[in-house]
Design a protein around this ligand. Structure first.
Ligand code: GTP
Ligand code: SAM
Ligand code: SF4
Ligand code: SF4
Length: 325
């Protein structure tokens, strides 16, 4: 079965947030005062998340990305992933993590059937890293990356580029791809929180590529069918790739292939839109067909694109940690 939206886009990718909790406090993701915690009763059980995933695959989803908050802080995540990976028809189970707990968990994630990891890492300097994450320990994340490599889990590294904060490290991140099969992706800062003055942090993917182009030849890499939003390149001879994700200056909404479900069961048609369906009452009714119908409805609600740019953002402010990015 195929899920096609009103604009002819094939929707085959579900971003499933399993928790709003996190062991970091990244400045671009959460406000300084933190976010209101969802109560235990409001968070979907693993059984409910599994039923949603099953319904999603039945309706046409082929790739599930488990996200958070930080997905690895939720107790019981490994057996849950193991169960998800066995859903008939699911082609890819992947995970986005901040990497803090990877050192201990990489092996189990691999055993559970996770195919690759996206790890968020905004700086290779311990002080800058602590500044951006409001106190997290870079050494732990680097140990996590080493563990992923050891167990053979391919990694995409996500770096949110912020002018004057970490943009001087772009070349250093690009250099990582020479000897390691990493996919390094430079992400444009999104004003999810709409904090005043966010524009001064903004740096376009175009500028990233221009800067890298001054130093390296970059050969374009072909996209595959279940690819995410990155445009990817390779330094000749490098083991890894370099990508830019440009949600602000060159949004990829035309090729959008995804829906989202939050840890409280809100199915969301778009990262920047609250249009969606609350799955919780449907889950309570135990009607799996109704769940499939609700997910199809979410697809019909997808906007053609978002309206966020450096000059304009009319969305309601939100913490990415509540949605999963
Ligand atoms: N605007 C927008 N940004 C997105 C969307 N999906 C992911 N992102 C952002 O892209 C960055 C990388 O997200 P990831 O969780 O690594 O997922 P991905 O890039 O879709 O994953 P791949 O499938 O591995 O390429 C994050 O900053 C996300 O918030 C989307 O649909 N719209
Ligand atoms: C919300 S996090 C959840 C998963 C996990 N905690 C992590 O950090 O990888 C998912 C992704 O969203 C990205 N993200 C969060 N806020 C962002 C923002 N304002 N602009 C761009 N990307 C953002 C993070 O860098 C991360 O790659
Ligand atoms: S980006 Fe990820 S690690 Fe950072 S605060 Fe948000 S959810 Fe946590
Ligand atoms: S902003 Fe919305 S429409 Fe655009 S790619 Fe993201 S989810 Fe899709």
């Amino acid at each position: 079965m195929k899920l096609i939206d009103r604009y002819g886009r094939k929707i085959n990718y579900l971003r499933l947030s399993v928790t709003d909790r996190c062991n970091m406090r990244c400045r671009y993701c959460m406000p300084a005062h933190g976010v209101e915690k969802v109560t235990h009763d409001d968070v979907l059980s693993y059984e409910e998340l599994y039923r949603i995933s099953q319904a999603a695959v039945t309706t046409g989803i082929e790739k599930i990305r488990v996200t958070g908050g930080e997905p690895l802080v939720r107790k019981g995540i490994v057996p849950f992933l193991e169960r998800l990976s066995r859903i008939d028809g699911l082609k890819q189970l992947v995970l986005t993590t901040n990497g803090l707990m990877l050192d201990e968990m990489a092996y189990d994630l691999k055993q559970a059937g996770v195919k690759h990891l996206n790890v968020s890492l905004d700086s290779l300097n311990a002080n800058t890293f602590a500044e951006v994450t409001r106190g997290a320990n870079l050494v732990k994340v680097l140990a996590g990356l080493a563990a992923a490599e050891r167990v053979g889990l391919p990694v995409k590294l996500n770096m949110v580029v912020m002018r004057g904060v970490n943009d001087h490290e772009i070349e250093r991140f690009a250099e990582l791809t020479r000897d390691k099969p990493l996919a390094v992706r430079f992400i444009e800062y999104m004003p999810a929180l709409k904090e005043p003055g966010w524009q001064k942090l903004s740096l376009s993917g175009h500028e990233v590529l221009e800067r890298l182009g001054e130093r390296y030849r970059l050969d374009a890499v072909d996209r595959h069918e279940l690819a995410g939003p990155a445009c990817e390149y390779r330094i000749p001879g490098a083991k890894g790739t370099i990508g830019v994700i440009t949600p602000i200056t060159g949004h990829f909404c035309k090729s959008c292939n995804r829906i989202r479900v939050t840890s409280t069961g809100k199915a969301r048609s778009c990262l920047f839109s609250e249009k969606g369906v609350d799955l919780k009452p449907i889950l309570d009714s135990e009607d799996q067909l109704a769940l499939q119908g609700a997910l199809r409805t979410v697809v019909t609600l997808k906007p053609d694109m978002h309206n966020v740019s450096v000059d304009q953002c009319d969305h309601t402010a939100f913490a990415m940690s509540n949605i999963g990015g």
